[in-house]
Design a protein around this ligand. Structure first.
Ligand code: DP6
Length: 335
């Protein structure tokens, strides 16, 4: 009854911002379809992954969740329990659990820790309880913890359907990690925990008058992007990712309360990327709910782009990423 899994975080190329209010908010059903690249870090031992071990036993008196050696309480614990309770009910098991999790990157800083965390939790828990699921089924379970986690179940490039129920809101793979040449140089501006987490921020999306148009445009962009990835059109994919990111940040800035995730250095990077394109280095930016910027490029340009991005004022460091693989089971247990 003990299993471990490793999952990678992902960067959204078409963003999820706002949950459907027509459904139980705990289902994390997004308002629009999304597209992402699962990330594998290739800098200084940072793989951008979560490693999770879970054990169920009738000897345990209580449920215990430990992340980075700290016992988890409050909202984060509630989200963990929601995923595990769903699976305990399916397996008809009422044993208590002990779970330990380790991320090899700073959490809650716009590098998407909830995505890899809940993807690893879904697979490890299902396995520990003896349940077998397809990856699409597993993505629904991961979504109960975090909307973006549905995508991290798959490696490579991923399409997530907003659906209109728990059964129809799932992620599927567009193609594996080798099918499309896209890397990213992550420009780290700040790794402090953010003031408004995406979990909270989703609740404000609909207070922006621009959210409906963002949703409508994102639907079109998601299906267009899927086609362009399969056609190996890097520039077109990058351009759409950049525009979609600006739609989301426009909604954030015009919601109530207004959310500004950018810092001055974020804008320095945006301007540099636009300038580099004019100079003939194809690169595009995308930014999640934080100040850090993912600079998308083709693998042949990663080294050159990294050198340029590192020199920008306010950039603390860079992390290089390439497309990563599926969430997998491992025999390496954390306890
Ligand atoms: C801006 O998946 O972190 O990164 O469902 O509350 O865990 P929860 O939210 P989360 O939201 C991700 C928001 C985003 C865009 C994206 O990844 O699609």
């Amino acid at each position: 009854m003990k299993s471990s899994a490793i999952a990678h975080s992902n960067i959204a190329l078409i963003k999820y911002w706002g949950r459907s209010q027509e459904h139980d908010p705990n289902l994390n059903i997004p308002l629009n379809d999304t597209v992402s690249m699962t990330k594998y870090g290739i800098s200084d031992g940072i793989r951008l992954q979560t490693h999770t071990t879970i054990e169920f036993s009738s000897d345990f008196d209580e449920d215990t969740a430990i992340v980075e050696r700290e016992k988890i309480t409050g909202r984060h614990r509630e989200r963990i329990i929601r995923v595990i309770d769903h699976l305990r009910a399916l397996a008809k098991v009422d044993d208590k659990f002990k779970m330990m999790s380790h991320n090899d990157f700073p959490v809650q800083a716009g590098l998407a820790s909830s995505a890899s965390a809940f993807a690893a939790l879904a697979l490890a828990t299902a396995d520990a309880l003896g349940l077998k699921f397809s990856r699409e089924e597993l993505s629904k379970i991961a979504r109960l913890g975090s909307g973006s986690a549905a995508r991290s179940i798959h490696g490579g490039f991923v399409y997530c359907h907003k659906g209109n129920s728990h059964e129809t809101a799932f992620a599927e793979q567009i193609c594996t990690e080798d099918c499309f040449d896209m890397n990213a140089v992550i420009a780290v501006v700040d790794l402090e925990k953010k003031e408004v987490t995406s979990d909270e921020g989703h609740q404000f999306a609909n207070t922006s008058p621009f959210n409906n148009i963002r949703i409508q445009k994102s639907q079109q962009q998601a299906s267009e992007m899927r086609r362009l990835i399969l056609e190996n059109k890097f520039d077109a994919v990058g351009q759409i990712a950049e525009t979609n990111c600006l739609y989301m940040h426009s909604v954030m800035m015009t919601s109530q309360p207004a959310l500004f995730y950018w810092q001055p250095a974020t804008l320095n990077i945006i301007k540099k990327i636009q300038h580099l394109r004019k100079e003939g280095l194809p690169s595009y930016f995308t930014i999640d709910a934080g100040p850090n910027v993912h600079c998308l490029c083709q693998s042949k340009n990663t080294g050159e782009l990294q050198k340029i991005i590192e020199k920008i004022e306010g950039v603390k460091r860079t992390i290089l990423v390439r497309p990563g693989g599926d969430t997998i089971l491992t025999n390496e247990h954390l306890f």
